[in-house]
Design a protein around this ligand. Sequence first.
Ligand SMILES: [Zn+2]
Length: 246
Amino acid sequence: MSNLTENQTKTAEILTVVTVEQKPEKKKRKLTPYLIAAGVVLCLGTVAAVVALLLPRQVEEQAPVTEEAVSTRVDYGLPEWMTAAFLTEDGESRTGEKMEEVLDIAVHYVANPGTSAMANRNYFEGPDSNTSSHFIVGLEGEVLALIPTDEKSCATNERNSDTVSVEVCHPDETGVFADATYESLIRLLTYLCTEFDLTEENLIRHYDVTGKMCPLYYVEHPDAWDALKSDVKEALAKGMPDDTKA
Ligand SMILES: [Zn+2]
């Protein structure tokens, strides 16, 4: 009986040890569904966060084609392919000062790769900016009118009083314009040359005024700038299509 009892005790001890050793394993097994659930929650959370980040961006990238924007565009005689998104007259980005005359058209790049026309327009509108441009051409080729062309913009330093300024968005740091952007830019420049009785010779870069590397790609690649001017010349020779007239 004594031996049996000892054996039973040993067995009980072994069982206890086994039980103790097995406990963590059992815990691990029980934890697995929770880990999976936590993983799923994390994944869903990440997806929700990404969607939340993307949504305002999508909204931001959409030009505000409200009834007011349309009637403003019509009031100012702007063509249908433009969106009126005029800045508030704040004495800084939009001073309200009248232009003396329009002698040239100055092309700029936004120097902020991948940003939309609307995002840049909203930056001009915000309290941290005292700069602006008359027009901005976006990554999808959208054209926003920010300041009426009889008012000065704050873009081209000493030439603000006699140039119309055009800011251009670009996908990367080289500053080269995307195809859709380029196409719209040529249309806008052709339209402006027609409006102010100018030619491609009146197209200037911010660089030509101050030596600033703007628009970067077209300063670093003078041949690309010459090609752009040639494209406007060609478009001017063809004349503006009826559907692009105001
Ligand atoms: Zn510039």
